[in-house]
Design a protein around this ligand. Structure first.
Ligand code: CA
Length: 247
């Protein structure tokens, strides 16, 4: 179930949106201003934010810019709402990092359609598409992980973790980012939990020789790579010997 944060100070509009979203199966949180919105995002990262431009205090536009400048919230999908209908405003909204833009008054069915579209674009890991990296295959439809026909047995958390890694390869993810994206919670789970599941995932992948695909990046987090490090043999003296003969 996708979590949606609705930031709207007009309670009647906020309520109307929230009711329709919940009816469509989303989990909805409503914030009436920037401070409440920031507090909500600091707690649990939503899957998408419906953000009103005109808010008391800090504007929705400033809030969106702030989120885009932070690593944790950089990719947070945002649909901007506004009473303004001018082309210049639309461009400013999209420049500030909004993924889509809707002018009031709008129909809730249009908002729902836009939400679905943005979520589809932003969350390839939510799709049931088979992913493959370095011979390792993960099939969300059957929840199977395998390499060259050999099945890898992974628990549900390791499966989600691996799915996230495989759909976001070659990038370093901090523990708190992983908590947000895989566990969906930034606050109530200790970062050490991530290490425990990484260890289990590596053990599972070791069976098919893929444990090295999950790299620890010291001081930064974890990364999945298709070019896993070869078992570290003491090759240094050999290389030195070659260099010597070359000279
Ligand atoms: Ca407003």
């Amino acid at each position: 179930m996708s979590r949606i944060l609705v930031v709207e100070d007009e309670s009647a509009i906020a309520e109307l949106i929230a009711i329709n979203m919940r009816h469509a199966g989303y989990e909805v949180t409503v914030a009436a201003n920037s401070e409440q919105a920031q507090a909500a995002v600091d707690g649990v990262l939503p899957d998408l934010v419906v953000l009103d431009w005109m808010l008391p205090g800090q504007s929705g536009l400033a809030l969106a810019k702030g989120w885009r400048a932070q690593a944790r919230t950089r990719e947070l999908p945002i649909i901007m709402l506004t009473a303004r209908a001018e082309e210049g405003d639309k461009i400013s909204g999209l420049d500030a990092g909004a993924d889509d833009y809707l002018t009031k008054p709008f129909s809730t069915s249009e908002l729902l359609a836009r939400i679905r579209a943005v979520l589809r674009r932003k969350a390839p890991e939510a799709l049931d598409t088979l992913v493959e990296i370095g011979g390792l295959q993960l099939d969300p439809a059957t929840r199977r992980v395998s390499r060259e026909e050999r099945e890898v047995k992974v628990g549900p958390t390791e499966f989600r973790l691996l799915h996230f890694f495989m759909t976001h390869p070659e990038r370093v993810h901090s523990r708190s980012q992983l908590l947000d994206r895989v566990w969906g919670d930034h606050v109530f789970i200790e970062e050490r939990t991530v290490d425990v599941h990484i260890k289990r995932l590596r053990e599972a992948l070791d069976v098919v020789g893929c444990a090295g695909m999950i790299e620890t990046v010291r001081g930064a987090g974890y990364r999945m790579t298709r070019q896993q490090q070869q078992q570290q043999q003491p090759r240094q003296p050999h290389r030195l010997a070659q260099a010597d003969t070359a000279e």
